[in-house]
Design a binder for this molecule. Structure first.
Ligand code: SAM
Length: 372
């Protein structure tokens, strides 16, 4: 596939703000007149705040080549010390403030969220916040052990990442020699514990696992699980991303449709990230997440909270708003809510729509830290 470099107005990405400039602005925002909670909070492009993704740890037990390559995330890599992580109490507090400002769905992610000790306790605390859709994304390695206790804590859904059914391919992609069978065990345990529907995420990288697309579709067809194909993205600054490595969602759909006929299905709700496709024989559905070839910034309602409590308004951001300073600095909930509202009202991010040779080189934060 040819390298695509879209023509774009790059003025807004010319000089990203630093963390300390953002902190100054955040402190000003917290101190300013309170922003009304009566109306839906929307950003400069009219997008409401609906979803919050929380990275509960920047550590992972996998070294997926496209996410946390071993060459960078090695024994010398400095992960966050424990004191820098938000505590469960801090996460639950800030989540409550987000819910108060319109968030309806929370996803726990990372890093690998099941590595955070007693994660069930956090799920339990979040489940008490009200009518919230709480879910979690995991590589599945610890899921067989944890599925039942997560359900008991109040988790209702889960997304499991699995990039191939071919053991050699999968072991090479996770780069810690982890077998497919153990992830499948985790998926079965999650289903047995009542987590449903289970979503399976497969990141497709050309020449690495594209031959696994149809076998994955065949395997999960008819199981009730929803397999989603994700276009390989230029998140972070360590995975050596090239457009040539991206297998487009259109290509994925053509490959599957040729063998297992598909038809388009309506989205479940406006702004759904994944495009839905149903098997014509009624045996289930798949999804494609075309974040590179068909950017969906226009509908993006997601805020992200990093492991150390920084608020990011885009997966491709270069700096975040330090909510931890407010949480630990004696600011009350109203002030913190005000700061969050100010950040959201000023949000103009649309990175994927303006992706270009220049933006790909920006010093973006890593997905393991900001939360995938
Ligand atoms: N450890 C958990 C897991 O493996 O699902 C949660 C964190 S992981 C960063 C979340 C999701 O992001 C996974 O489905 C992963 O495959 C996806 N991901 C990571 N790097 C990506 C990239 N460069 N492009 C597209 N998806 C990516």
């Amino acid at each position: 596939m040819a390298t695509i470099i879209p023509i774009a107005d790059l003025r807004s990405v010319a000089r990203p703000k630093t963390n300390s400039e953002l902190l100054d602005a955040l402190l000003d925002a917290a101190a300013s007149d309170e922003i009304s909670r009566a109306d839906t909070l929307t950003d400069t492009l009219g997008r409401p705040l609906r979803d919050l993704r929380i990275s509960v740890t920047d550590r992972c037990n996998f070294r997926c080549v496209y996410c946390m390559p071993k060459e960078v995330f090695d024994a010398n890599f400095k992960f966050l010390p424990h004191a820098e992580l938000l505590t469960f109490e801090e996460i639950a507090r800030v989540a409550r403030i987000f819910v108060d400002r319109g968030v309806q769905k929370i996803r726990l992610t990372g890093g690998e969220p099941l590595l955070r000790r007693n994660i069930e306790r956090l799920v339990e605390m979040l489940a008490k916040l009200g009518e919230l859709d709480i879910t979690l994304t995991t590589n599945g390695a610890l899921l067989a052990r944890k599925a039942q206790s997560l359900v008991e804590a109040g988790l209702r859904r889960v997304t499991v990442s699995l990039d191939s059914l071919d053991d050699a391919t999968f072991r090479a992609m996770n780069d810690v020699d982890f077998p497919v069978a153990k992830v499948l065990e985790g998926i079965d345990a999650a289903a047995a514990a009542g987590l449903a529907p289970i979503k399976i995420n497969m990141v497709v990288k050309r020449g690495t696992n594209d031959s696994s697309i149809v076998p994955m579709a065949r395997h999960f067809k008819g199981t009730g699980h929803i397999l989603r194909f994700i276009e390989y993205m230029d998140v972070g600054a360590t995975n050596g991303w090239r457009m040539d490595d991206v297998v487009s969602a259109a290509e994925v759909l053509r490959m599957i449709d040729a063998e297992l006929p598909l038809e388009n299905a309506d989205p479940n709700y406006a702004g759904e990230v994944s495009q839905r496709w149903k098997y014509k024989d009624g045996s289930g559905e798949i999804g494609v997440i075309a974040s590179v070839t068909q950017a969906f910034c226009r509908d993006c309602t997601r805020a992200r909270l990093s492991t150390d409590g920084k608020l990011y308004s885009c997966l491709f951001a270069t700096a975040g708003h330090d909510l931890r300073t407010l949480l630990r600095g004696g600011f009350d909930d109203a002030r913190i809510g005000n700061a969050i509202a100010t950040v959201w009202k000023g949000r103009a991010d649309r990175y994927s729509e303006i992706r270009s040779a220049n933006t790909v080189r920006l010093p973006k934060v890593e997905m393991s830290y900001i939360g995938g």
